[in-house]
Design a protein around this ligand. Structure first.
Ligand code: ZN
Length: 262
């Protein structure tokens, strides 16, 4: 590489101690016009590091992506995937099946299966709980698709959400739960982290007295590779507020869920 990349290595998740040598700190003095000389991925990374923001596989980075940069990212990813195919010793020139695989997969990553990293949160209208509903509401099963961040293998599953609203809760339309879930799942994920992220998002928006989420999913890295187990499903749950304190409520949710599943 001719130039040293302007953005230094991303900051570690926990800030280094203050005594760290100065040369370790990234130089974050570039303006946007200078950043234009860099590939889009470096530009976006530079902004993230400058803002001290985490950009793990399941983090949303939409606010750091400018107009037109997703198209640039797709080009970069396609070029790197082409290198992967080359390293796998696949003759993409004469094999018409793999001719455009790099472009196809890049598009699939950025526009579809990992779109939840690059696109902003879908617009969701919240409305006050005018009816003062305070009964257990269950939403689900919501079909969710994701990919594990360990192998980038598909995860396919279902999510159930239990909400115990109070008079101050904001309610959101039923279909919006599925849109928020899809936005969070369309990233390389770990199931337990995905469920927590979904719970945090719903907690912040709805502010219920109790929130319960159960996710049951098939991890294709268990089927396709490794132990090649055909019928292992992973189940995760998050219980908050009233669902933690009240065993009857928890039982009610789980029994309704069992009935809905059957
Ligand atoms: Zn995996």
């Amino acid at each position: 590489m001719a130039d040293k990349p302007l953005a230094a290595v991303p900051a570690p998740p926990h800030p280094a101690p203050a005594a760290a040598p100065a040369h370790v700190a990234p130089r974050l003095l570039r303006g946007e016009d200078e950043l234009q000389r860099l590939p889009a991925s470096e530009r976006i990374r530079y902004r993230l590091v400058g803002a001290d923001r985490r950009f793990h596989a399941n983090d949303n980075i939409a606010e750091f992506v400018r107009d037109g940069e997703l198209a640039e990212l797709k080009g970069e990813v396609a070029a790197k995937l082409q290198e992967v195919l080359r390293a796998l010793v696949i003759d993409t020139d004469s094999d018409h099946n793999t001719n455009e695989t790099a472009e196809r997969v890049a598009k699939m990553y950025i526009d579809e299966v990992f779109a939840g990293r690059y696109r902003p949160m879908p617009a969701v209208t919240e409305f006050p709980n005018a009816e003062r509903l305070n009964e257990l509401m269950i939403v689900g099963p919501i079909t969710v698709r994701s990919a594990c961040s360990h192998h980038m293998c598909p995860i396919f599953g279902k999510v159930w959400i239990g909400i115990l609203p109070n008079e101050h809760s904001n309610l959101i339309g039923l279909s919006k739960y599925a849109r928020i879930a899809d936005w969070i799942m369309s990233r390389p994920q770990l199931q337990e982290e995905a469920v927590t992220m979904l719970a945090n998002e719903l907690q912040r928006r709805v502010r219920p007295d109790g929130l319960a989420i159960v996710m049951e999913a098939d991890h294709f890295c268990m089927h396709w590779r490794g132990v090649r187990d055909t019928d292992t499903a992973m189940v995760n749950s998050v219980m908050r507020g009233a669902f933690l304190k009240d065993a009857n409520l928890r039982r009610e949710f789980l029994s309704l869920l069992a009935r809905k599943q059957g």
